[in-house]
Each structure stands twice: as C-alpha cells, then as structure tokens.
Design a protein around this ligand. Structure first.
Ligand SMILES: [Fe+2]
Ligand SMILES: [Fe+2]
Length: 267
C-alpha cells in the first residue's frame, strides 16, 4: 500500500463522458459528488478508531496509509466535481449539502461501533466496483473519456489495495457479525436514497434537451445498465454477507496491479 497522486483532466468531457451509456455517466458523477464528504468521514472514523486501539497497535501504520490514500482520492474527486459544477446543474449544491449534513450527523450522533460498521460497508463495496470497472465494463467504457476512466480505475485499484484496513479495525474493536451486516445495510440504504435523488435530478435535466423519442431511448439505456450493474453487485454481495467473509481472501481483479505499476512508473 502506498500513496499515489496521478493527475487527470476531465474538463473537456463532463458531464456525459460515457458514450455507450451516457446515463451511466450521471450515476458515476453522483458517486464522485459524494466522495469529498464520504471519504473525509471515513478518515475521521478511522482516526477515532486508532485512538481507541492505542498508539502501539499493529494496525496503526495501515490506518495512516489508508487515510492518506483516501485524502488523495477526495482531492481528485474535488477537481472532478468542479468540472461537473461548471456543466451547469443548478441544484448540485443542494445535493452536496445533503451529503455534508448526512456524514456530519453520523459523526455527531452515532457510536464508533456504528460508524466503523458503516465505513466497513463502504469499504466492502469498493472491491466489488473494482471488479466491475476492471473486468465487467469494457463495452460500457468503449469510447468513454479516458481521463474519467483512469481516475476511477486508479481510485478503485487503491480501494482494492486497502480493502482489509476497515475490516481489520472493525474486527479488532468490535467483531460482531450481525452488527457488521447492520452497518452494511444502513450504508446501502443511504447510498440508494441520497445518490438516487441526485441521479434522478441530473437525468431529468439532461432529458429536457431531448425529443420524446430520445427520452424513450435514454430511459431504456438507463434501465439496461442499472439492471446489469445491480445484478453484478448483488451477485458479489452474497459473499460479503457471509459470516465467513474476509477481504484477505479476495481475488485481485485483472489489471489492478498493472495499472498501479504504470502509475508508479510514471511518478
Ligand atoms: Fe477512496
Ligand atoms: Fe477506501
């Protein structure tokens, strides 16, 4: 595990950077929009956990690197989101405020146990999306803006790289299986609710510029890619929901090591 700071330029391609499924662009854009709120939250949770583990705990070095990788991620997503804001969706700040308030509330009102389980929920989904991006979406990403694809592949490769940290922290401090699932389900529910509203808004703005025929084609494409994505995610969630799940046993998606090696070589 190490910190990398590649740079990308998405200014020319946002918002609809995915050519085959332009609607999927907005799903991914909203995920990016949430990250400068979600990832600092993860770091706060991990630092609070570190405080509880004590200064000599063997996980401390991993937690420190984890936080540095997450910080590099949300800085890149900040730049991405800046390009998205320039594309002119008036209500974006409202959704960002919703993300901000949501994570602030979790930090202020929920226990460390809940926040660790919730963070682990997000961290368990990361490697699923690494597999999705690296192995399942070549056709989806054909002709898509390479800067956007590179940003996400770098981010998800590092999510795969640090996949064990939140799990090991949770196991060291709490370890309850039922509560891990509670955190995962709470995270998935919130993700669906908050992100879903923003995606709906962005797509409805896009559809204003379309003819009735284009709108129908757009709805069809969106339903198709969402169905494909959720079928894939559900198939992988089964493993995560098992009491025997451990990210230490996960298979690295094809292309992850190669991409990280390329970024290291270019640094
Ligand atoms: Fe991240
Ligand atoms: Fe992460």
């Amino acid at each position: 595990m190490k910190v990398r700071k590649p740079s990308f330029d998405y200014s020319s391609s946002l918002p609809r950077w995915c050519r085959t499924y332009p609607e999927y662009s907005q799903v991914v854009n909203v995920a990016s929009l949430s990250l400068p709120y979600l990832e600092p939250y993860l770091n706060t949770v991990m630092r609070r956990a570190q405080g509880k583990l004590g200064p000599d705990h063997p996980l401390n070095a991993d937690i420190a690197l984890f936080c540095k990788q997450e910080a590099a991620h949300y800085l890149q997503h900040d730049a991405y989101n800046e390009a998205l804001r320039k594309a002119g969706y008036a209500r974006l700040p409202q959704f960002e405020e919703r993300f901000r308030a949501h994570f602030e509330r979790l930090l202020n009102e929920k226990s460390l146990k809940f926040n660790c389980a919730y963070s682990l929920g997000f961290e368990s989904i990361g490697p699923i999306y690494a597999e999705w991006w690296f192995e399942q979406t070549d056709d989806v990403m054909a002709g898509a803006d390479p800067s956007v694809v590179s940003l996400w592949k770098w981010h998800l490769a590092e999510e795969f790289e640090h996949r064990t940290v939140a799990f090991d922290v949770y196991q060291a401090l709490f370890g309850s299986y039922a509560y891990r699932i509670k955190g995962l389900l709470a995270f998935l529910r919130d993700l669906r609710e908050i992100n879903g509203g923003a995606v709906k808004y962005l797509l409805s703005e896009d559809s204003k510029k379309m003819s009735a025929e284009e709108q129908a084609a757009s709805r069809k494409r969106f339903a198709e890619i969402r169905q494909r994505e959720s079928a894939f995610v559900r198939s992988r969630l089964v493993r995560i929901m098992s009491p025997f799940y451990s990210p230490h046993k996960s298979r690295e998606p094809k292309g992850v090591a190669e991409l990280l090696g390329k970024i290291d070589a270019a640094a």
